[in-house]
Design a protein. Structure first.
Lengths: 451, 94
């Protein structure tokens, strides 16, 4: 049942919110044993919110169960962004998106598993690794792996709130066969998001069906004075799709994936984005790591999270805590990010990357003068096996994001839609539109989705 | 630019990380490979282009300087083991 039908039933009193919430909590616990999709199942919070909605249904999402990526703060529920260094951290406040959802009657059921701080493409850089719902020997994709996994598996009405920095919504949506919307940068408040990279992070949504995304986006979007990069703009609603194009370079991949995507499309032009292909990966990783290394400076064992007994001077104490509790991938990214910001290197890496970002924005904007939607496969492969991932070097890992970093770097909204499969493994198609044209993506996504 | 053990040690110290010899040996070839890939952007034609520090143009947002409700002292200290008399207790500064 799509969420719109469930919400109507709740309003009419045809369905019990408490029963639905108890059912999804039981389901989440059972599935979690096999698939590791949750870091925390917030049973007490969910039941208390359900009690309120059962007695007095109120709000546009009254009684709707929602799971939340671990990096988004939920008051008094452990929120550790998949990291050991934030173990036991219970935020004393709700992220803006969470407060908005609760105010509209939604029920927060738990925190979904992810790569530590979002550092990964397969949700394997963490101590609770989610498994692909269609083949447990394979990864869910990342970093919002737990969200995609549970969205695919649940039989209850549900959506998940996820987050993308370089592809962390589209990638697992594609590998798990669900819809994943990453909105325009700044459209949804980042207040209460445990940052990865401030100029790249975007909170978005995963659902089974494309049409379920709209009512959630309507609620979570909008200006927030608590987020200094929040957009304060009025969007002209326009659903008309006149022309679409596929991005030539993104189809230079495995022909079975190419065919699975192209066979669903008709009446398209072909557009070339050569600079995106050449420069998006290094540009993205330079910016992402530079910003990550500054964000992670705050984890020092003093005010929250994992710590050690106070010993030595502050430099040695902070270094001990950080060295013990950050994973290997976090350390790699801190070192690379710190390097690109250091005196003597900043101009060549960090500042140059910011200029290349302008070059790429201009290339996309030129294409959007002619086309409403640009199309590519979401991922160049189907969900890989864990045994295959182990063999990849860090650079090979980073290169898996080749198709998703472009729109993420340029803040363009994009939607991954399940449109086919190779064997039983899903293949996603990624739709990209100009800034603030999410409606067009949802409109076109509904036309091509296959589930 | 030469990427060697000394450089990694220097950057790690700046980042407040103690790397083991094992980690340094593991990271060295990996970081070399990634930094080589980063070099690719040097060829990008960016003459006359301004840097985009955000993907969309965002204007400075200012607010009135007025007193608002904030976290209570109790809430702010709830997540730490290191506290004394209502304050955070830190390691020695000198």
């Amino acid at each position: 049942m799509i969420i719109q039908h469930y919400l109507k039933d709740v309003k009419k009193g045809n369905v019990s919110v408490k029963k639905t919430v108890k059912s999804i909590l039981k389901e989440a616990k059972t599935l979690n044993k096999k698939y590791n999709c949750f870091n925390v199942i917030s049973e007490d919070l969910a039941l208390s919110l359900a009690e309120i909605q059962e007695k007095n249904p109120k709000g546009r999402l009254s009684g709707l169960p929602i799971s939340v990526k671990d990096c988004i703060c939920v008051k008094n529920v452990e929120s550790r962004a998949g990291s050991e260094i934030l173990k036991d951290y219970k935020p004393p406040f709700n992220a803006t998106v969470i407060q908005k959802l609760i105010d509209e009657g939604a029920i927060i059921i738990g925190k979904t598993s992810q790569d530590e701080f979002g550092f990964g493409s397969f949700a394997t850089n963490t101590n609770n690794i989610p498994k692909n719902p269609l083949d447990t020997e394979r990864a869910t994709g990342g970093s919002s792996g737990g969200s995609a996994c549970f969205t695919q598996l649940t039989k209850n009405p549900h959506v998940s709130i996820a987050e993308s920095t370089g592809g962390s919504i589209a990638n697992p949506a594609s590998f798990c066969g669900v819809s994943g919307l990453t909105p325009t940068y700044g459209l949804v408040s980042r207040y209460g998001l445990i940052d990865y990279a401030n100029s790249l992070d975007k909170i978005g949504i995963m659902s089974k069906k494309v049409e379920e995304l709209s009512p959630i986006l309507d609620i979570i979007k909008g200006y927030d004075k608590k987020d200094s990069t929040s957009l304060n703009v009025k969007v002209k609603q326009d659903n008309k799709i006149k022309k679409i194009a596929i991005i030539k370079e993104t189809f230079e991949i495995d022909p079975t994936i190419k065919d699975a995507v192209l066979s669903n499309l008709k009446d398209y032009d072909v557009v070339s984005l050569p600079s995106v292909k050449k420069y998006a990966i290094p540009t993205y990783y330079i910016i992402a790591m530079a910003e990550a290394s500054t964000n992670l400076a705050k984890y020092c064992g003093l005010r929250y999270g994992a710590t050690l007994p106070l010993k030595g001077n502050f430099n040695s104490f902070f270094s001990e805590v950080r060295s013990k509790h950050f994973s290997k991938e976090a350390k790699r990214r801190i070192i690379l990010g710190t390097f690109t910001r250091m005196a003597g290197f900043r101009e060549a890496y960090y500042l140059k990357a910011m200029k290349v970002r302008t070059l790429l924005i201009n290339e996309y904007k030129k294409a959007f003068k002619k086309y409403d939607i640009l199309i590519s496969p979401t991922m160049p492969i189907i969900a890989p096996k864990f045994s295959e991932i182990e063999k990849l070097s860090p650079l090979e890992n980073y290169q898996m994001d080749i198709l998703t970093v472009g729109p993420n770097l340029t803040g363009l909204p994009h939607l991954s839609v399940p449109t086919g499969a190779i064997g039983k493994m899903p293949v996603g198609t990624m739709l990209i539109s100009n800034h603030l044209q999410e409606n067009k993506l949802i409109e076109f996504g509904k036309q091509i989705e296959k589930i | 630019m030469k990427v060697d053990k000394e450089l990694i040690k220097r950057v790690a110290e700046n980042s407040r990380l103690n790397l083991t010899e094992y980690e340094i040996n593991e990271f060295l070839p990996q970081l070399k490979e990634v930094l080589e890939n980063f070099e690719l952007i040097q060829k990008a034609p960016t003459k006359d282009l301004e840097p985009s520090f955000q993907p969309l143009e965002i204007k400075n947002i200012t607010r009135e300087d007025k007193i608002e409700k904030t976290l209570s002292q109790e809430d702010a200290l709830k997540n730490t083991k290191h506290k004394q008399n209502g304050y955070f207790k830190g390691p020695k500064a000198i």
